[in-house]
Design a protein around this ligand. Structure first.
Ligand code: PLP
Length: 395
């Protein structure tokens, strides 16, 4: 199958694997294939590589290596934490989440309810930031087992005031989990200064392959595993470890840590802003969804009044530009995004939203070329719409 030359602005859906990450993992597919639990020397090499990867993840989080548990993905990490919090039932069977969480939190929360627990879904403000007053009201001392609030939203990039979230939850004796799948490596995430108890991350959002993730479990708290078996990962996640991918995850974390301080994230922010500003200048009625300041440097969620995002996606795809409408799963199902609805957008506005997400593999030339394509496609869509509607043409 031939591929068009593409401009890839969909890194929140999945990010390109860094060639240095591929190089790091290959020896563990080719030569170093021993089971890390075996007793011979060949297995020791593999164990040491896993230890190194654990230290790399811990370093990115400012955690200690023993607090890192390898999993298969962000979804597994999220599910594992919600499942673990059921150890506090029946005394504490109350769960608090935000309305804008990913489905990998929303669905386990639904099961929590179906099985007899209670869930409070905390509203966000119009700018997408979780409403701390509502959070304070939601948390019930002695009853809330867990508060789970995502560090950064996958659709808008809007960040959560995690320090305040932790303070509010801990004051009420509840533990705190954060889905940091979108935040890792893009903004500083330091578990010593923001004392979350659990944190989920996923490799394919920061240039490792799909199908590997990790869960941070603070030494201060208990964790009840749901994957039982051979007792790997200190008994917290059984199953023979996916060593090549774990090595890849570690290498990707090391690179993200370097890039957080070497100006790379700033370069990405500058590209994203240039892209956004060019569009906003050419199409002054386009709006940015969510807080413009308190968000990831990589993400631009834009709504184009009067333009259907689904049609724009087709036109942009023909031009070789990859982006998404709302989040990836919503693209297939074409449901209005629950995140945009939670921010108060009506279905029509939500359906005219496109998400562009950048990474270090993009260039400024690409960002500007992409902006020109978006402007041209939006104008074309409006022209077609105006022609459909009759003689009035408003561009
Ligand atoms: N949480 C967030 C915020 C995400 O964006 C995603 C993926 O889109 C996930 C969880 C799920 O991660 P994974 O694809 O590794 O299961």
């Amino acid at each position: 199958m031939d591929f068009l030359p593409v401009i890839y602005l969909d890194s929140n859906a999945t990010a390109q694997v860094d060639p240095r990450v591929v190089d790091a993992m290959m020896p563990f597919l080719r030569e170093n294939y021993a089971n890390p639990s075996a007793s011979y020397r060949a297995a020791r090499v593999v164990r040491e590589a896993m230890d190194a990867a654990r230290a790399q993840i811990a370093s990115l989080l400012n955690a200690v290596p023993a607090e890192v548990v390898f999993t298969s993905c962000g979804t597994e990490s999220n599910n594992a934490v919600i499942e673990s919090a059921r150890m506090f039932w029946p005394a504490r069977a109350h769960l608090v989440i935000a309305t804008t969480e990913h489905s990998a939190i929303l669905e386990p929360a639904r099961r929590w309810e179906r099985d007899g627990g209670t869930v409070t879904r905390v509203a966000v403000r119009a700018d997408g930031v979780v409403n701390l007053d509502r959070l304070r009201e939601a948390v019930v001392p002695g009853q809330t087992a867990l508060v789970s609030i995502m560090w950064a939203n996958n659709e808008t990039g809007v960040l959560a005031p995690m320090r305040e979230v932790v303070e509010i939850a801990h004051e009420a004796g509840a533990l705190v989990h954060t889905d940091a799948v979108q935040a890792m490596g893009k903004v500083p995430v330091d578990v010593q200064s923001v004392e979350v108890d659990y944190l989920s991350l996923s490799g394919h959002k920061f240039h490792a392959p799909k199908g590997v993730g990790a869960l941070f479990v603070s030494r201060r708290v208990r964790f009840r595993p749901w994957m039982l078996g051979g007792g790997q990962e200190g008994g917290r996640r059984s199953g023979t470890e996916n060593v090549p991918y774990i090595v890849a995850l570690g290498k990707a974390a090391e690179l993200m840590q370097e890039h957080l301080v070497d100006g790379t994230e700033e370069r990405i922010r500058t590209m994203r802003d240039a892209f956004e500003n060019r569009i906003l200048k050419a199409l002054p009625d386009v709006m940015v969804n969510g807080s413009r300041d308190f968000r990831l440097p990589t993400t631009s969620s834009l709504r184009f009044p009067g333009v259907e995002a689904a049609g724009m996606l087709i036109l942009l795809d023909e031009k070789g530009l990859c982006c998404s409408a709302g989040s990836a799963c919503h693209t297939a199902a074409l449901h209005p995004s629950h995140v945009l609805e939670a921010m108060g957008l009506d279905a029509q506005h939500a359906a005219s939203t496109l998400r562009f997400s950048f990474s270090r593999f993009n260039t400024m030339d690409e960002a500007l070329a992409a902006a020109d394509q978006v402007i041209a496609c939006a104008k074309k869509m409006r022209l077609l719409r105006a022609q459909d509607a009759g003689p009035v043409i408003a561009l």
